[in-house]
Design a protein around this ligand. Structure first.
Ligand code: PNS
Length: 156
């Protein structure tokens, strides 16, 4: 069985993330969405809330499961008997950070592979940080996130 990890902070999960997860789920037998605790960041939603929102958003994808992790992604991958990570690439500015991260992860775990999937055109400029800002400043975001996320943002 081939298995991949789609990791991220998912604060909160957006339709852009879902696009990548859904496309990965068509290509692989099993997808693990790995929600990182992301020490150092000050998330809007707790780790548990982010994981719950990701779970609700992925319910319709039968070969996707959501897990949380703390620490290194390569350790999470080893624990879950996986060595392939799929990441979405949006605008050019993502590339430098992702390129560095992929190289470092490969150094830590030589079998580790990072596969990049181009974001669909409509999500090229969408990020969780923009959604947080829109929500905090009274902008419209309902079309850009799953329904459960829109509800959670309204209840903040
Ligand atoms: O959604 P994000 O914030 O771009 O996701 C980044 C994430 C969580 C995938 C990345 O920061 C990560 O893998 N964090 C775990 C810690 C780690 O393994 N860092 C790389 C070596 S320092």
């Amino acid at each position: 069985m081939n298995k991949v990890i789609v990791p991220g902070t998912f604060d909160p999960i957006t339709n852009g993330h879902l696009d990548i997860i859904e496309r990965a789920a068509k290509l692989y037998d099993q997808v693990i969405v790995a929600v990182a605790k992301s020490a150092g960041k000050n998330p809007l939603f707790s780790l548990e809330e982010r994981a719950e929102l990701a779970k609700d958003s992925c319910l319709y994808l039968k070969n996707v499961e959501v897990k949380t992790f703390e620490g290194l992604l390569v350790d999470f991958a080893k624990e879950n008997d996986a060595h392939i990570v799929v990441k979405g690439l949006r605008i050019v500015s993502d590339f430098e950070y992702e390129f560095q991260m992929a190289g470092l992860n490969r150094k830590l775990y030589p079998e580790f592979e990072t596969l990049f999937m181009m974001s669909s055109h409509e999500y090229m400029h969408l990020s969780s940080s923009q959604i947080r800002e829109l929500a905090q400043m009274g902008g419209e975001y309902e079309e850009l996130v799953p329904e459960c996320v829109a509800k959670a943002l309204k209840n903040l």
